[in-house]
Design a protein around this ligand. Sequence first.
Ligand SMILES: C[S@@+](CC[C@H](N)C(=O)[O-])C[C@H]1O[C@@H](n2cnc3c(N)ncnc32)[C@H](O)[C@@H]1O
Length: 225
Amino acid sequence: MLTLLLAEAAIELIPKKIWRHPSVLKHAKRRGKKAGAILLDRSYHHSAMKDLKNAYKRGRPDITHLSLLIALGTPLNKNGLLKTYIQTRDEYIIHVNHKIRLPKNYIQFTGLIEQLYELGRVPKQGTPLLELKKHSLQDLFRIKDESYVVTLMKDGEPKTLDTLINTLIKKKNPVVVIGAFPHGRFSKDIIDISDESVSIYSETLEAWTVTSRVIYEYEKALFNL
Ligand SMILES: C[S@@+](CC[C@H](N)C(=O)[O-])C[C@H]1O[C@@H](n2cnc3c(N)ncnc32)[C@H](O)[C@@H]1O
């Protein structure tokens, strides 16, 4: 079983500080929702985001959407051998049921995540497909079980995917951390839980590219392809 953490995902509800900004009010009116119940999204709230701290790292739910679609569609996931979590920027952990059929449409995806923020789980009844929980990464990976955490980043130690997967495949509880944010570096919290930080290419890659490559390489090693 491989665990994937899409970390510091650029997902959050619109922060109170910009609720009254004209671009936010306009978007909220069009959606028929309160500003505080809508996901922050740079493509709608660009001008309002200028007032936010670390704005370059925020307002990109599409990165999680694409990475998640790719991860959930892999044979590894379909065989129940991938456990996926999303750490949001407002410090929630989203537990993803591997059986979820995620909307391919981005607007529907954001609607689903907004519903998740409202209800804490979706669907409201029955087995949850997504759950929003407030707990630390340490709870998830260190105390509960002895995980081996590899964080992928451009400035990590250069390694081929082959070498990386050879290490992971031997571990009891391998965890791969991929940043679901557009720019910037991981926070100290992520570095602190990492056993190693690895770079798989000399340039910056998109999160979904790294997601697909790592999972495919892991499948090859696991299924002897
Ligand atoms: C668009 S990048 C985030 C920007 C960040 N400045 C960076 O260079 O990693 C999205 C994520 O993809 C992964 N990633 C990007 N380039 C990588 C590389 N060359 N090697 C390993 N992981 C990489 C990292 O997990 C990163 O957080």
